[in-house]
Design a protein around this ligand. Structure first.
Ligand code: HEM
Length: 121
């Protein structure tokens, strides 16, 4: 059984992403990014995307991660807060410590696409 199945497959990941997204929305650092956006659509896309990269069916057909986040000018701190919320959410959903770290590790691989390096000047 792979990581995707151990996380509960499509239903398990959908639930985890919903729980994670509720936490992101009220987070003091990350919440402001979602003001005035179609929140439910973002949660659905995020879920589809994560299901695909964690080994489930490919339902995501939105933009690439770099294009989707470029205008947000995310920093390493934003990414760290995001990954900590992922970690806490999975721990609270009783995912095993090894699988929590494997999942966080997979998501951290997207960091170079999501974080815009500070301008050199
Ligand atoms: C591994 C980490 C992440 C993944 C897999 C991910 C995934 C996604 C996906 C799939 C979309 C939708 C793109 C589309 O509909 O075309 C999206 C949009 C968005 N993400 Fe992320 N995201 C990640 C990290 C973050 C972080 C750290 C933030 C910081 C707040 C963030 C903020 C946003 C916002 C605000 C949007 C909507 C942008 C807009 O519509 O203007 N994401 N993300």
């Amino acid at each position: 059984m792979g990581l995707y199945e151990r996380l509960g497959g499509e239903a398990g990941l959908d639930r985890a992403v919903r729980e994670l997204s509720d936490r992101i929305r009220v987070d003091p650092v990350l919440g402001r990014f979602f003001e005035d956006l179609d929140y439910d659509a973002i949660v659905q896309h995020r879920s589809d995307y994560l299901i695909a990269i964690l080994g489930g069916p490919e339902r995501y057909s939105g933009q690439g991660m770099r294009e989707a986040h470029r205008h947000l000018a995310l920093t390493d701190e934003h990414m760290d807060v995001f990954l900590q919320l992922v970690r806490n959410t999975l721990v609270d959903l009783d995912v095993s410590p090894l699988d929590v770290e494997a999942t966080v590790g997979q998501l951290d691989r997207l960091r170079p696409a999501l974080v815009i390096p500070p301008a050199e000047d």
